[in-house]
Design a binder for this molecule. Structure first.
Ligand code: NAD
Ligand code: WQD
Length: 343
């Protein structure tokens, strides 16, 4: 029987790619998104790429007044499980507005748990983050590494992981996969969906892409005095399509009847420095990427990359696309949609 999956935050950057891969795997999808950080256009493009329709509910999962409507819709949809991506994600903003981050991210997760319970669906794949590891571990980081987020955003991820584990402990019908993403970048190879930040990008790749396309003058490289091979920060960048396929693999794992909760890294296992990423993007775009080195950004760590073997072992999944593919696809999206979804 066709599986029916709720994708919260399904119109967003990662969610749109997850929807395309879920539809390609033969599943039906209900997107629940308030479009606070995404566009209706993204849903149309998902349908265009998948060559089939998706259901979509525009709703704020953290708004108590909308809870009954959301629960009822998920029940009527006949959900078998969910991928939970909806939430706020800006680290700096979370430091300034902690209560809003806790209320939104944790409130949204609790509403989804209630709705899945009501629909008798007990599989959930959650968007966690490598940020839960803080700066406490040697690289490559395994899932058994120490956790300790350094900001409210990261703590919402840790708390939601724990809430889902408690839910799975309380009822052995639940299956939970907490996916700890490293640094998702790139875009669908078609150039039709990709990351479209509302404001000045916080993250490296969207910033580089906007410099390459001429929307911004130059990149600020946050520090070149780290103890890394060229002094700049090292991260495990992962192609968003590989990441999306990791969600399909996690749902397959849960559909095979695995219950209980697992924490799983989604990364490539390889780190690249800021300057290496800039050089790769320059090659892919054939554009100049001017940059200045500026002081370190508060809260940044020198280096983090994944031990990615657990995902391989449990899900049979590993990342396939290299840094050049990440840059080429990110660039295609940026070049063909210089103003994102605002055509
Ligand atoms: P995104 O902002 O593009 O997607 C999040 C989506 O959720 C958006 O479409 C937004 O409109 C929606 N949303 C936000 N609050 C909502 C609410 N209260 N009710 C309903 N919908 C709501 O971000 P993304 O980069 O695609 O990230 C998706 C998830 O992955 C987030 O939970 C994020 O924390 C997590 N994550 C992202 C990264 C990254 O670097 N992009 C890394 C690790 C984890
Ligand atoms: C990557 C590298 C920067 C921008 C953040 C969140 C994390 C996760 C992903 C959700 C670092 C350097 C960046 C710039 C730069 N999100 N940089 N100039 O910091 O690893 O992770 O996004 O869970 O929680 O903290 O990603 O892309 O911001 O930075 O030099 O303009 O690029 O210092 O070394 P980060 P990033």
């Amino acid at each position: 029987m066709t599986q029916r999956i709720v994708v919260t935050g399904g119109a967003g950057y990662i969610g749109s790619h997850v929807c395309v891969e879920l539809l390609a795997s033969g599943r039906d999808v209900l997107i629940v998104d308030d479009f606070s950080n995404s566009h209706q256009q993204a849903v149309a493009r998902i349908e265009e790429l998948a060559q089939r329709g998706v259901e979509c509910l525009k709703a704020d999962l953290a708004d108590a007044a909308q809870k009954n409507a959301i629960v009822n819709r998920i029940k009527t949809f006949g959900a078998d499980g969910a991928v939970h991506l909806a939430g706020l994600k800006a680290v700096g903003e979370s430091v300034a507005q902690p209560a809003r981050y806790y209320q939104t991210n944790i409130g949204a997760a609790l509403t989804l748990i209630e709705a899945l319970g009501a629909a008798n669906a007990r599989s959930v794949v959650f968007s966690s983050s490598a940020t839960v590891y803080g700066d406490l571990n040697d690289n490559p980081v395994t899932e058994e590494g120490r956790t300790g987020a350094t900001n409210p955003y990261g703590r919402t991820k840790l708390f939601i992981e724990e809430i889902l584990k408690d839910v799975a402990r309380a009822n052995d019908q639940w299956g939970v996969a907490n996916l700890r993403y490293f640094n998702p970048v790139g875009a669908h190879a078609s150039g039709r969906i990709g990351e479209d930040p509302n404001d000045t990008p916080n993250n490296l790749f969207p910033y580089i892409a906007q410099v390459a396309v001429g929307r911004r003058k130059k990149l600020s490289v946050f520090g070149n005095d780290y103890d890394t091979r060229d002094g700049t920060g090292v991260r495990d960048y992962i192609h968003v399509v590989d990441l999306a396929r990791g969600h399909v693999a996690a749902l397959d794992y849960l559909s095979d009847g695995e219950r209980g909760a697992v924490d799983v890294n989604l990364g490539t296992g390889r780190g690249y420095s800021v300057l290496e990423a800039v050089a790769a993007f320059k090659r892919a775009s054939n554009r100049d990427i001017p940059y200045d080195v500026v002081p370190r950004r508060d809260g940044d760590i020198a280096e983090i990359y994944a031990n990615a073997s657990k995902a391989k072992k449990l899900f049979g999944w590993s990342a396939k696309k290299d840094l050049d593919a990440m840059c080429a696809d990110h660039w295609r999206w940026q070049r063909e949609n210089p103003n994102g979804y605002n055509e």
